[in-house]
Design a protein around this ligand. Structure first.
Ligand SMILES: [Ca+2]
Ligand SMILES: [Ca+2]
Length: 203
């Protein structure tokens, strides 16, 4: 984190709305509010917000990874009320707890103080892998119930252009646990994983 300016951003990590007994998830949906505009005393003009840095790690205040989230050029400029911003990331390890902060990044390589720290424990992996439904005979087994559930969620995504608010609850409620390889997309890769575990039971 480089030169600091006294502007804070609010980061609220959206947690999964439903965490069933058998679930696996490795995605994070981040919503935060842009900082209010402020004047750079050195230039007399407004700081130009160009994006955000999202930092994370597996222990509090120890961020070992980060990603730059560029701000879109035609997005509304930050206002006094603040603009709601979104970002979705995949690839987290199920069962692991992660700690996140976000900073605002301004033209001239100026970076704000970090936001509050948000925490999410990714739900544990399914046992056996692909066991998506947990009722009756399908409770501890990968079978047709799981395939039906999976097929209902086939094609759903959360990363990239699919990262928008109307999609958030649909993903966390229904689709996330079908994303067996944690890449933010329910597709043929996940189907192959499910098929390769078809018929397996736990323990
Ligand atoms: Ca099952
Ligand atoms: Ca996937």
């Amino acid at each position: 984190m480089r030169k600091r300016v006294l502007m804070s951003v609010l980061l609220v990590l959206c947690l999964a709305l439903v965490v069933p007994r058998t679930t696996a998830a490795g995605t994070g949906i981040f919503t935060f509010t842009s900082p209010v505009p402020s004047i750079n005393p050195a230039t007399g003009s407004q700081y130009v917000l160009i994006g955000y840095n999202l930092y994370w790690g597996t222990s509090s205040e120890n961020y070992t990874q980060w990603v730059l989230i560029p701000r879109c050029l035609d997005c509304p400029l930050p206002s006094v009320e603040g603009v709601q911003e979104y970002h979705c990331l995949a690839g987290f390890t199920p069962g692991t707890t992660y700690y996140f902060v976000v900073t605002a990044l301004y033209e001239g390589d100026i970076e704000s103080d970090p936001s509050n720290e948000a925490v999410k424990t990714m739900p544990a992996p399914t046992r056996p892998t692909g066991n998506l439904t947990d009722f009756l005979s399908s409770r501890d087994r990968v079978d047709g119930y799981d395939l039906i559930y999976f097929n209902k969620n086939f094609g759903k995504r959360i990363v990239g252009t699919y990262c928008y608010p109307a999609n958030f609850s649909k993903w966390t409620r229904d689709a996330e646990r079908s994303d067996l390889n944690n890449d933010g997309s329910v597709d043929g890769y996940d189907k192959n994983i499910l098929y390769s575990n078809y018929g397996k039971t736990y323990p």
